[in-house]
Write a protein that binds this ligand. Structure first.
Ligand SMILES: Nc1nc2c(ncn2[C@@H]2O[C@H](COP(=O)(O)OP(=O)(O)OP(=O)(O)O)[C@@H](O)[C@H]2O)c(=O)[nH]1
Ligand SMILES: [Mg+2]
Length: 442
């Protein structure tokens, strides 16, 4: 039974790989970037740990993998780079570009972040049981100040976005000392994790430090309040209370930990059940890739239709007006120079050509203004295309999918040089058909 499901999944992964290859050129024409793109066949699930500095990411990872400490820990900011910890029989550390070369193809996008980032990338091979089923990614702690980016010599947001994209679960750690979400944290939530809320779990770490119920309630309330300000979704993600180390019955101050232990076990089962999560993620991310592309095509095609009519009409009018002006000039001059008509014809042609030349920048300006107006009205274009779906049950899903492609779609309509394929709508329908056959059969 299990083997049957595995081979079903393998053939789904293969079909998915083919679909990505088939639609990549179309996506390029519409400036759409797929988020999953590369699916490493039977690759290991990955989990990313993010959070404020000293929130306990490295300690938690050390505890999860067991044995000799893998990551350095300490109260001062310890990690200033990203570390991927994965399984191998021979233990080894690799840093820099060599680390990227040995990571699966899904990580290839990290190369775009440049040398300064790659110097801070480490790959650690460790022979630990847990790593056979999951790869863990440790990150540098975020800094709670608005100008945190100044201290980084590489694009931290970009790195988080790429790594969150390839990860199957993103854990966001907060600790009782710093339950706030400001500065870099806000940016990460609003810019990097948008649309990935489904794989986000918040861990309220170091629960063994609570002194009592009031202390816990105050911290928990602050965490919820701060999260609600930065998350785009209506619902708060589940907050799991955890701590590193052996299970304990109560904190040092005598506060019972039994409920916290239950949630910590839930966290542990998420980590252990990583492979099924990888499947869910590949499935939902690729579905959202293809749905997003279809939305982008639909709205851009519609904008194009609004644009092409007036554009052709404008060009026709310009040509006709220029020709008419040329003929008038020719006629007028013919009457004046009735013997030799050459100057009249030449002048008529020059007047026509000049007017035509003058109308080109004018037409371009009109198109630019029109594109800007269409970009501003991108939501109405979307509503007009998806009206039925927005007004019925799945409205929230559709809106959420739209919110992920909306801004870029507006930008494409506003400014991108467009060379849309012929029969854009037919191609979009064939994409929809492929999506249905791919995802309808899992
Ligand atoms: N009481 C308690 N202390 C913890 C726990 N986890 C981590 N610590 C302590 O918190 C400090 C910071 O831990 P790290 O694991 O280095 O934190 P980090 O998030 O990796 O920090 P950076 O790498 O600097 O971002 C260390 O002194 C740990 O001993 C925990 O569950 N309970
Ligand atoms: Mg660390």
């Amino acid at each position: 039974m299990e083997n049957g499901r595995q081979s079903d999944w393998n053939s789904f992964e293969r079909a998915l790989g083919r679909a990505y290859l088939r639609f990549a050129p179309l996506a390029e024409r519409y400036y759409f970037s797929f988020r999953r793109r590369t699916v490493t066949m039977s690759g290991a699930p990955m989990m990313l740990f993010l959070g404020n500095h000293s929130s306990g990411k490295s300690t938690l990872i050390n505890w999860l993998v067991g044995g000799e400490q893998v990551q350095d820990t300490g109260l001062a900011p310890t990690d200033d780079g990203f570390t991927v910890i994965t399984y191998a029989d021979r233990e080894e550390d690799v840093s820099g570009p060599a680390a990227l070369a040995r990571l699966p193809a899904e990580f290839a996008a990290l190369a775009t972040l440049g040398g300064s980032f790659l110097q801070r990338l480490t790959l650690k091979f460790r022979r630990r049981e847990l790593l056979k089923s999951v790869t863990l990614i440790d990150s540098p702690g975020m800094i709670d100040s608005a100008d945190a980016a100044i201290g980084r010599t590489y694009d931290f947001d970009g790195a988080v976005r790429i790594l969150a994209n390839v990860s199957d679960m993103v854990f966001f750690l907060l600790d009782p000392d710093k339950p706030g979400t400001t500065g870099e944290t806000v940016q990460v939530f609003s810019r990097c994790l948008r649309g990935m809320e489904f794989k986000l779990r918040v861990l309220l770490n170091k629960c063994d430090l609570f002194t009592g119920i009031y202390d816990f309630a105050r911290t928990y309330g602050t965490v919820c309040w701060n999260l609600s300000r930065v998350l785009a979704t209506k619902d708060l993600p589940k907050i799991l209370t955890v701590y590193s180390g052996d299970e304990r019955r109560e904190t040092a101050a005598g506060f019972p930990l039994s409920d916290f232990n239950r949630l910590r076990n839930e966290f542990l089962s998420i980590v252990r059940d990583a492979s099924s999560r990888r499947r869910d993620n590949i499935y939902s991310q690729s579905l959202s890739d293809f749905t997003g592309l279809s939305m982008r095509m639909c709205v851009v095609n519609r904008a194009w239709r609004h644009l092409i009519g007036p554009r052709i009409a404008g060009e026709l009018i310009a040509v006709l007006l220029s020709a008419a002006a040329g003929i008038v000039a020719w006629l007028a001059l013919t009457l004046k120079f009735s013997v030799d008509r050459t100057p009249a014809i030449a002048s008529g042609a020059v007047v026509g050509a000049l007017l035509l030349a003058a109308s080109i920048p004018l037409l371009r300006l009109v198109v630019r203004v029109r594109r800007r107006a269409l970009a501003d009205a991108v939501d109405s274009l979307f509503a007009a295309s998806y009206l039925k779906r927005v007004s019925v049950g799945s409205a929230d899903d559709v809106r959420q999918a739209w919110s992920m492609v909306r801004d870029e779609t507006a930008e494409v309509i506003r400014a991108a040089p467009l060379s849309l394929p012929l029969f854009g709508e037919l191609r979009r329908r064939s994409l929809d058909r492929a999506t249905r056959s791919l995802f309808g059969r899992k």
